[in-house]
Ligand binder design. Structure first.
Ligand SMILES: NC(=O)c1ccc[n+]([C@@H]2O[C@H](COP(=O)([O-])OP(=O)(O)OC[C@H]3O[C@@H](n4cnc5c(N)ncnc54)[C@H](OP(=O)(O)O)[C@@H]3O)[C@@H](O)[C@H]2O)c1
Length: 280
């Protein structure tokens, strides 16, 4: 069984980002609302990693009580600020804020998370210059470990807009590390294991700690665990640890997909900068 560690892949990407950032001053602005515990940890990690590779990172931490017009006002201000290369709005937002309305307000050319409808539309057409960081990180991980997706059956569990849906678009593109036959499963999929047991690669992006069991795969399959949860003082994924006894390769938690999400976010910033420079 191969452990698909994310750190070496992330490091390779971050070295390239650092080289780019040395020649071009880049700035990432992060909008965080409220006190969501996991979000605060993710954001701290993004800020730290950005500074490490020479990218200026600015946090706008808004109180839980902020209104939708106030958030949109800030986003529009950042859109207009020439010193801001890209921005992200950390999800999830508190339930009184309409996530789609906030994401729609981000200027497409500053959308470092690739979640604006225009950028997702370009992704669907195979014309995007960047993609949401977590699915893009999964592609980079597969590339690094030489796990071809060409002609393979990939079953993704979870159709969330951050991971499952954009990953299904990336994997079905007619390119290398695309060309897969993709099955996108969700909570309304009956007899889920009937699909996952046929898969060459299973991606679990469900958001349920230690949920996916070894019986869910056929021996030798590749398993990508996207989940990350704090349980009893340690970090666990969506996948049960025993899956490693059956799988051919599996991502660890922590240390699998997580480091790639941050690296690919910062790589996106370089991509945004290149596109912005070309259009000036
Ligand atoms: N490692 C990282 O860097 C990173 C980055 C982003 C996200 N994550 C993690 O990835 C996971 C998914 O994130 P997300 O934002 O995509 O989540 P999300 O938007 O909440 O989507 C979860 C998906 O899982 C499906 N689901 C829930 N229970 C299910 C079940 N019993 N059987 C089959 N499908 C089920 C849901 O189905 P319905 O659509 O039918 O409700 C939904 O499509 C979370 O654990 C999140 O913390 C990790």
């Amino acid at each position: 069984m191969i452990t698909l560690k994310g750190a070496p892949v992330a490091q390779k990407i971050l070295t390239e980002v650092e080289t780019y950032a040395r020649r071009h001053p880049l700035r990432l602005d992060i909008v965080l609302v409220g006190q969501h515990e996991a979000s605060q940890i993710y954001v701290a990690h993004k800020l730290r990693q950005a500074e490490k590779v020479g990218i200026k990172a600015v946090l706008h931490h808004l109180p839980e009580s902020v209104t939708l017009p106030e958030v949109i006002h800030l986003v529009e201000h950042l859109n207009r600020s020439p010193e801001v290369t890209g921005l992200i709005v950390q999800l999830p937002l508190p339930s009184h804020l309409n996530e789609s309305a906030v994401l729609d307000a981000v200027a497409p050319q500053k959308d470092a998370d690739g979640l604006h409808p225009l950028n997702l539309g370009l992704l669907a057409q195979g014309r995007a210059s960047w993609a949401p960081a977590t699915p893009w990180g999964i592609i980079e991980l597969l590339r690094h470990y030489d796990i071809s997706t060409e002609g393979k059956h990939v079953v993704i569990i979870g159709r969330g807009r951050l991971v499952g849906t954009p990953l299904s678009l990336l994997l079905s593109r007619p390119t290398s590390y695309g060309n897969a036959t993709v099955t996108l499963c969700h909570s309304r999929t009956p007899e889920l294991w009937r699909f996952t047991r046929q898969a060459d690669i299973v991606v679990v992006a469900v958001g349920r700690p230690q949920w996916f069991p070894p019986e869910g795969i056929r021996p030798g399959a590749v398993v990508i665990d996207v989940g990350i949860h704090r349980e009893g003082g340690r970090l666990v994924g969506d996948v049960q640890i025993e899956v490693a006894e059956v799988a051919g390769a599996v991502t660890p938690v922590p240390g699998g997909v997580g480091p790639l999400t941050v690296a690919c976010l910062l790589d996106n910033l370089c991509r945004l900068h290149r596109v912005q420079s070309r259009s000036q």
